[in-house]
Design a protein around this ligand. Structure first.
Ligand SMILES: NC(=O)C1=CN([C@@H]2O[C@H](COP(=O)(O)OP(=O)(O)OC[C@H]3O[C@@H](n4cnc5c(N)ncnc54)[C@H](O)[C@@H]3O)[C@@H](O)[C@H]2O)C=CC1
Ligand SMILES: O=C(O)C1=NCCCC1
Length: 324
């Protein structure tokens, strides 16, 4: 049995591959070629810690796979990422365990890629060229979005906000240096960061008070809201305020997940419009650019199947090359 470490995975990941694999998974959710599974949340006794199990199957000649991801999380972890993930990849014929892949970077990359694919189909088509992108939350998921969106779109300015200012400053310096640019700018004030933004990303652990208010938003803004609180938690909260949902078209990655985990949004008056895959496939028309669109990202096991297959194939190719 092979174990593919975070270091190996980092050397194999590309945005081009990740975007293609993730788009294939989003499409498959809407054409019946991926398993319609719900994930299982386990609260660790009377603590904020949790475990999520995500079983999935995706049928695709290039990105197909049978896999199960486990995530362990502790939102209070201050000495490193709050999330650890591992993916088991099974042989598609026998069901035997084939590989275990570290899943943290895969999760970060495919979550950012899902937002980028959603932005491409729900916003860029109607509102090109993009001007201002605002990212709220500069942790692992926020950082991956900053890289992914810089490499996928032509934003003039990319704003970064984080609860702790220094974290946003550190990320901005890192990005400006890496890309030899001054596009990444830190905002201390949330409202100033959100105002006039064409695209917004939220990547925090949703707290009791929503992060973003409706009155700050520009007409036709597209929001990728990625922060998730497990459905088993009683005090379920969201990063966007109720007024945003009331005035938005909401798109999801998969209906079974949304029905299980996003029931509250209908109560807020949200127009739960479609799966992103339904728009990709042309089954449903996307936004017209005037209304606010929200991609309420949950994350799908099928995205992890596609990524595990992609990385496994690249890893095996590299091994074969090294032995010849
Ligand atoms: N939609 C999807 O597919 C996925 C969603 N997620 C979710 O993305 C979110 C971010 O995850 P990571 O970046 O890995 O976490 P992280 O802990 O690395 O970063 C979270 C950042 O948000 C900030 N933050 C935390 N709670 C906050 C609050 N209540 N208000 C304002 N800022 C707050 C922290 O300062 C931190 O910089 C989590 O909610 C996680 O569950 C994670 C993986 C996949
Ligand atoms: O899709 C995932 O992976 C996750 N989604 C939300 C919570 C953390 C992991």
């Amino acid at each position: 049995m092979i174990f593919i470490s975070e270091a190996e995975i980092a050397s194999l990941l590309t945005w081009e591959g990740t975007l293609k694999a993730t788009e294939a998974a989003l499409k498959a959710a809407s054409n019946g070629t991926s398993a319609k599974t719900q994930r299982l949340y386990t609260q660790i006794l009377n603590t904020p810690k949790w475990m999520i199990t995500m079983p999935g199957y995706l049928e695709d000649s290039k990105y197909g796979g049978w896999a199960c991801k486990t995530l362990t999380g502790n939102p209070q972890n201050v000495n490193g990422p709050t999330l650890n993930a591992n993916i088991m990849l099974f042989d598609e014929r026998s069901g035997a365990l084939k590989t275990v892949l570290s899943g943290t970077e895969i999760t970060n990359w495919r979550t950012a890629a899902a937002s980028a694919v959603a932005t491409k189909y729900l916003h860029s088509r109607v509102s090109n060229p993009e001007k201002v992108l605002s990212i709220f939350g500069c942790g692992e998921i926020g950082r991956a979005h900053a890289h992914c969106f810089y490499n996928s779109f032509e934003f003039i300015e990319i704003r970064l906000w984080n609860r702790t200012l220094q974290k946003a400053q550190k990320l901005a310096s890192e990005l400006n240096e890496k890309y030899n640019t001054t596009k990444f700018r830190v905002f201390e004030n949330k409202e100033a960061c959100a105002r006039d933004a064409d695209v917004i990303i939220t990547a925090t652990s949703p707290g009791k008070v929503p992060l973003i208010k409706y009155e700050w938003l520009k007409e036709g803004v597209h929001i990728n809201a990625t922060g998730v609180v497990g459905s088993s938690l009683s005090d379920k909260t969201f990063e966007l305020d109720r007024e945003i949902y009331k005035h938005s078209e909401v798109y999801v990655d998969n209906w079974p997940g949304a029905n299980a985990e996003l029931g509250e949004l209908t109560g807020f008056g949200a127009n739960m419009k479609a799966e992103v895959g339904e728009v990709i496939l042309g089954k449903i028309a996307g936004p017209d650019g005037k209304q606010i669109s929200v991609f309420q990202s949950l994350g799908m096991a099928s995205e992890d199947c596609a990524m595990a297959r992609l990385i496994y194939d690249l890893y095996m190719k590299k091994q074969q090359k090294n032995t010849h």
